[in-house]
Design a protein around this ligand. Structure first.
Ligand SMILES: Cc1cc2nc3c(=O)[nH]c(=O)nc-3n(C[C@H](O)[C@H](O)[C@H](O)COP(=O)(O)OP(=O)(O)OC[C@H]3O[C@@H](n4cnc5c(N)ncnc54)[C@H](O)[C@@H]3O)c2cc1C
Length: 428
């Protein structure tokens, strides 16, 4: 069993995306002991698998690398991956937390050489690419994964593939006897930074996601444009592998809709504007992006980016809530039906590919959070009251861009530090 030393002056951070990493690092760099619990096999969260960041269009690897360097240089943070908090008991300054940790089947001897992946033949859907392709059942989650260590998919445990992986490893890093373990930790304050998940697009029935292969979501499009993605960065149609030059971006797919998500996901307008530039990057003047929108929400410094995209002749804007999508059964082209509210024209527009700017919902929605937090009607964690010791951070509290997530997480770290400082004073 892993040993983790924690006291009532330790801060627990749940969720290892940019917000959780920020909260953990800010607290650790103030000298606090931190345990960072992440339920996947790597830190980084959903930002790490974006192709580029708006508004500067830089690569997210940059920010991730800076945070990983800070983390590696700080002994105050203990990272637990493949781990989940299952229970929280106690009160402010004195919590006992139960953490369940799933086996990775790979220990710290791993050098990430990849021999295990070469040895196994089973493949599993690639979670990093939202299942758009497959990878070997012994895998490194992604090039910048932290820890830089392979994982064996549980589906091969007990099969000859697992033995082959073990035999191929020269470093004794494959441990097929690893078991699920339960840890109990004492902590004084908790930061809940569990982020967001894409709304289930299949529930927006008129848009045909899941039925029409050339209707995909904005998170999938990020992977399609990325050179490390399933198509090596080529923007190709799932149905036939042809280049998708004419792309429709449908805004508010699930958001601002009483039948789906009531809230505005805030990020989607900027994400689609950014993604039109991926299309331009791929096809130059031959790119044809059409953004179907209700209104574009681009505030503060994002407005300049919006203005820049508006000047791009490859991008067209149609003010309309798309009513439904049909499919040409021969070509598999999606055909969008609706009314352009600026001229009140009915349209039936054909495109190569449709990208749904899918809404963001909190990961904690519908999940029994084992800690006393108050959620709003959309499931986001509300600001903690005076005297609280459990704080939301980043997209667990609202649909935020990275910059605002980082600010929000820094504030949560500060409040957590105040709690454990008080606990320390009470003891002395
Ligand atoms: C299509 C799209 C494009 C975007 N592009 C940009 C952009 O260009 N620029 C920008 O600034 N923002 C962009 N964003 C927003 C950006 O993704 C968020 O700001 C960012 O992900 C917030 O980070 P976070 O750490 O709060 O959440 P997340 O990234 O969701 O991280 C949460 C972490 O918590 C973990 N977790 C979840 N539940 C648990 C649990 N129960 N226990 C333990 N761990 C858990 C998750 O595995 C994850 O690692 C985009 C969003 C979308 C939808």
């Amino acid at each position: 069993m892993a040993t983790v030393v924690a006291t009532n002056q330790t801060i627990l951070v749940v969720g290892g995306g940019v917000s959780g990493m920020t909260a953990a690092l800010e607290a650790a760099e103030c000298g606090k002991q931190v345990v960072l619990v992440e339920n996947t096999a790597t830190l980084g969260g959903r930002t790490a698998n974006l192709y580029r960041y708006f508004p500067k269009l830089c690569h997210p690897t940059c920010g991730l690398e800076i945070n990983l360097r800070r983390l590696k240089g700080n002994r105050n943070v203990r990272v637990l991956t493949l781990a989940e908090v299952t229970a929280v008991a106690g009160t402010r300054g004195d919590f006992t937390v139960t953490v369940r940790r799933s086996p990775r089947y790979v220990n710290e001897n791993c050098t990430a050489c990849g021999a295990c992946a070469e040895a196994v033949s089973a493949e599993v859907p690639n979670p990093w690419n939202y299942g758009l392709d497959k990878l070997k059942a012994a895998y490194l989650p992604h090039a910048m994964a932290y820890p830089q260590r392979y994982v064996l998919d549980p589906s091969i445990i007990g099969t000859p593939d697992a033995e082959k992986a073990k035999a191929a490893c020269k470093y004794g890093a494959i441990d097929l006897d690893m078991k699920e373990e339960t840890l109990e930790l004492k902590v004084g304050a908790i930061v809940w930074a569990t982020g967001w998940r894409p709304y289930d697009a299949a529930r927006i029935q008129p848009y045909g996601y899941g039925r029409f292969p050339n209707v995909i979501t904005s998170v999938e499009f990020e992977r399609l444009a990325d050179p490390h993605g399933p198509t090596g960065g080529k923007i190709l149609r799932p149905s036939d592998g042809k280049e998708a030059r004419s792309i429709a971006f449908i805004q508010c797919a699930g958001s601002r809709d009483e039948n789906h998500l009531r809230h505005c996901s805030r990020i989607c307008c900027m994400a689609s504007l950014k993604q039109t530039q991926y299309v331009r990057e791929a096809f130059g003047e031959e790119a044809q992006s059409t953004v179907y929108y209700i209104d574009i929400r681009a505030i503060d410094r994002f407005e300049d980016f919006y203005a820049r995209v508006q000047r791009d002749p490859t991008v067209k804007f149609v003010k309309s809530k798309v009513a439904r999508i049909a499919e040409d059964q021969t070509t598999r082209d999606p055909i969008l039906h609706g009314v352009d509210t600026e001229g009140y024209h009915r349209y039936a527009n054909r495109h190569d590919l449709v990208v749904l700017a899918i809404g963001m919902e909190p990961s904690v929605k519908g999940v029994d959070i084992p800690a006393e937090v108050v959620a709003d009607s959309s499931g986001f964690i509300e600001a903690a009251a005076d005297g609280a010791a459990v704080f939301g951070a980043g997209c667990a509290t609202n649909a935020l861009d990275v910059n605002r997530s980082v600010q929000n997480a820094t504030a949560a770290a500060l409040r957590a530090i105040q709690v454990v400082n008080r606990a320390a004073r009470a003891e002395s």
